[in-house]
Write a protein of this length. Structure first.
Length: 514
């Protein structure tokens, strides 16, 4: 069959390996994706050679000018990296064949769709080696283990099976599913970093809710995200129409729409509520994309974190739920401070999964404040949110350890949350709610919002101490914060007004203490 990688540098690399007069095989995702018909640009390549992978890879790297790294000297694995014109690096891993033949090597792999190889012939010509009927499984859209030992050899493959199901929209072979259910507890033996990476890949697909559902169905969710598994069956009162688990999955899918829109990807299911938030946010698209395309850590974008915030935002509800019987004998469920408890639980889980400190700070702040937009909108129903309330929202959601405002992330989560809460479509007062979101975004993003106050404060601490005969201390910071809020609210416009207001507050404080 005809095949060649779509990057000329990879074509030169394969040609250089062939000139070493040893059999060379292309394995892994490239083969699978070629048979799936995916035309994405290949940026990483996996090769297998019969022996001496590290020396062979070094010879080719020296000849072509690629960077060379011995990844695993015991298993004879090397990595070659090529970077040109500040583009995305090209990576090629070269490994020694396991077993006596390439067929034996393929039988040691995880799933049949990955247990295929291209044997390189002349340029542009390859021979497909398929010892496990992987091609048939691709045609029938099925994820099937290579053997019972495949899953036992590496517990992370349990997660990978779910990821492939969602990524390719395949079904899970029944024997594979039964084995996964029997051995789901073994995923606890895998390193936290590898579990994290598989979960991240699942949640960056277009159907993270399906991924969570499938993890739950085979028993894996209890071991990798137990706080989410614990949401199942936790009933809620109106305006919610689903239990906390189903609600969280719905919010997650609405967060996918926001994430994809921010990243310039297609947005599925353009229902009326989605059309309305798109219409409202479009004038701010450039500002929002600048914010959400920023990396938090490890190449992970703020836009991609929206899905995690959605999934975890209510994990404090099972612990905080109380049951009240109303006079009409109806049951009302309350979840006081669930956002605070949920933020603590999220911090613990993300720590366990070895996410970075910056990512954990972001997630904790968003989850802890996710109710604020709802409460503000309800408090100002039928009228604009006051500038003082906007300032307080900004202040409560801000964290000095993160450069960009956390309130923006909180507001977009709020859109997904509100859209998912009510049975009615669009939700009640949807236009008014979106208007309030836009007012909070305007205060955060526009030049006449928080920036006008922060960049041009009417007074500083030194001036306050001079005019009011104060000494340095905590009181100065408290006064400055009060004055910034008053300035943001439009209550003071000059230095003199700021001094007069500060003097008045000091006088009231002394009288209250007397």
């Amino acid at each position: 069959m005809n095949w060649k990688p779509n990057h000329p540098a990879f074509q030169l690399l394969l040609s250089a390996f062939q000139q070493q007069n040893v059999p060379v095989y292309v394995v892994g995702g490239v083969v699978r994706d070629q048979l799936l018909g995916h035309k994405d640009k290949v940026t990483d390549l996996d090769l297998v050679v019969e022996h001496s992978a590290i020396p062979l890879a070094k010879q080719v790297a020296d000849r072509l000018g690629w960077a060379f790294y011995p990844l695993d000297e015991i298993r004879d694995v090397a990595r070659l990296v090529f970077t040109a014109n500040a583009g995305e690096p090209l990576v090629c891993d070269v490994a020694r064949q396991r077993g006596d033949t390439i067929e034996h090597d393929l039988l040691l792999r995880d799933f049949t769709i990955n247990a295929m190889a291209f044997a390189l012939k002349r340029p542009g010509q390859v021979e497909l080696i398929d010892v496990c009927q992987g091609q048939l499984d691709i045609q029938e859209r099925r994820i099937r283990r290579v053997s019972a030992a495949s899953l036992a050899d590496d517990p992370v493959r349990l997660l990978r099976a779910i990821r492939f199901m969602v990524q390719f929209d395949f079904a899970l072979d029944e024997q594979t599913r039964l084995q996964m259910k029997r051995m789901c507890a073994t995923v606890s033996l895998a390193s936290a970093e590898r579990v994290r990476d598989e979960l991240w890949k699942m949640l960056t697909t277009d159907e993270p809710a399906r991924a969570i559902h499938e993890l739950h169905a085979v028993g894996l969710l209890t071991y990798v995200l137990p706080e989410v598994a614990g949401l199942d069956g936790v009933a809620q009162s109106y305006p919610h129409h689903e239990d906390v688990y189903q609600h969280s999955l719905r919010v997650t899918q609405h967060a996918v729409q926001l994430r994809n829109w921010l990243l310039g990807k297609p947005v599925a299911a353009l229902d009326l509520p989605t059309q309305l938030w798109q219409q409202m946010l479009t004038p701010r698209l450039t500002q929002l994309r600048y914010h959400f395309k920023m990396q938090v850590a490890g190449g992970r974008l703020r836009a991609e974190w929206l899905v995690w915030h959605a999934l975890l935002h209510d994990i404090g509800k099972p612990i905080t739920r109380t049951v009240e019987t109303q006079p009409d004998d109806h049951i009302r469920y309350r979840f006081l401070e669930h956002e605070r408890v949920g933020a603590e639980l999220a911090e613990d889980r993300l720590n366990t999964l070895r996410f970075s400190r910056q990512e954990i700070i972001l997630a904790r702040a968003v989850i802890e404040n996710h109710m604020r937009p709802h409460l503000l909108s309800a408090a100002f129903i039928g009228k604009p949110i006051s500038r003082r309330a906007c300032y307080r929202f900004y202040r409560h959601t801000q964290n000095r350890q993160l450069e960009q405002p956390i309130g923006i992330d909180t507001l977009l989560l709020a859109i997904a949350d509100y859209q998912s809460t009510y049975r009615e479509m669009p939700p009640p007062n949807w236009q008014g709610y979106l208007q309030h979101i836009d007012e909070l975004l305007a205060f955060t993003l526009d030049a006449d919002g928080i920036a006008a106050t922060q960049l041009n404060p009417l007074i500083d601490g030194h001036t306050l101490m001079q005019h009011l005969q104060l000494t340095p201390g905590r009181q100065i910071g408290q006064l400055l914060e009060h004055l910034l809020e008053a300035q943001a609210a439009g209550e003071i416009q000059t230095k003199e007004e700021a001094i007069e207001l500060a003097s008045s507050w000091l006088h009231e404080t002394k009288n209250a203490a007397a």
